[in-house]
Design a protein around this ligand. Structure first.
Ligand code: NAD
Length: 253
């Protein structure tokens, strides 16, 4: 059977691609035909993921060891990655970080760190790739956010606020660039089993969580990747400014 490759000939940049959700997104986009630029602050993991996906799919996959808060570094990455075809067609802002703790005990330094990674990096990278997308008259930006912003999970106040900011930014940007062929959407996740989730929750906590979810299990990275791949595809041309919760039914409004 011939595989459908809606992203053939396109280049996608995925941040936080060294593990977890970002790794799954990278795999799905490559399977859909895209060449990849993978960004992670950890060189060992992003290189391992890039080598594996290139071997499995035959796509060109370039790993970049770069922190998304390093603006100069991101500029170099975008320039180098655009050289593959002259532009980037898809940007997935997936890199994110959450720390748990009561807001009353948090410091301005914590707030700034959360906002830099989860919000300001999204603005910066979007501004770096947008000129090429607008010139080409085509682009897909997909931002990974969190249902903690909708539901209000205790312990992640600033993280949730940063993710809500990304949702608001995405809705406005979608309207600014819609007529130029660029769509901007969000995929909002609830607990998804990744190395990051294992760092946050004990095995005992994770084992108890599935009963909170109508679907009866926690999320898998591939659940998120499937939704991202839809928004990233040419088929999603008439879908912009939207947020799709991939959450096992945890929040339904
Ligand atoms: N896993 C969940 O339960 C869950 C729930 C809601 C939202 N999310 C969101 O999904 C996204 C992916 O989460 P995950 O669970 O796969 O996380 P993870 O911690 O397992 O993986 C995150 C990856 O991003 C990289 N990264 C982190 N900070 C970076 C930075 N400043 N610059 C470059 N790379 C950086 C890490 O090295 C790692 O490879 C995040 O945006 C997260 O907020 C996850």
């Amino acid at each position: 059977m011939t595989q459908v490759q809606p992203l053939a000939g396109q280049v996608a940049l995925v941040t936080g691609a060294g593990q977890g959700v970002g790794e799954a997104i990278a795999g799905r986009l490559a399977a859909a035909g895209a060449d990849l630029a993978l960004v992670d602050r950890r060189e060992d993991t992003v290189r391992r993921v890039a080598d594996r996906i290139a071997a499995e799919t035959g796509r060109q996959v370039r790993p970049y060891a770069c922190d998304v808060t390093d603006r100069d570094g991101l500029g170099v990455v975008v320039k180098d990655a655009s050289a593959l075809t002259g532009r980037l067609d898809v940007l997935v802002n997936n890199a994110g970080k959450w720390t748990s703790g009561a807001f009353v005990d948090s410091s301005p330094a914590d707030w700034h760190e959360q906002l830099e990674i989860n919000f300001l990096a999204v603005l910066h990278l979007s501004q770096l790739v947008l000129p090429g997308m607008l010139e080409a008259g085509y682009g897909r930006i997909v931002n990974i956010i969190s249902d903690s912003a909708r539901v209000g999970e205790p312990g992640v106040a600033v993280y949730a606020a940063a993710k809500a900011a990304v949702a608001g930014f995405s809705r406005v940007l979608a309207k600014e660039v819609g007529r130029r062929g660029v769509t901007v959407n969000c995929v909002s996740l609830s607990t998804t089993v990744t190395p990051g989730a294992h760092d946050t929750f004990s095995e005992e906590q994770l084992a108890k969580m599935p009963r909170l979810y109508p679907v009866g299990r926690l999320g898998r990275p591939d659940d998120a990747a499937a939704a991202v791949t839809y928004f990233a595809s040419p088929d999603a041309e008439w879908v912009t400014g939207q947020t799709l919760s991939v959450n096992g039914g945890y929040a339904t409004l």
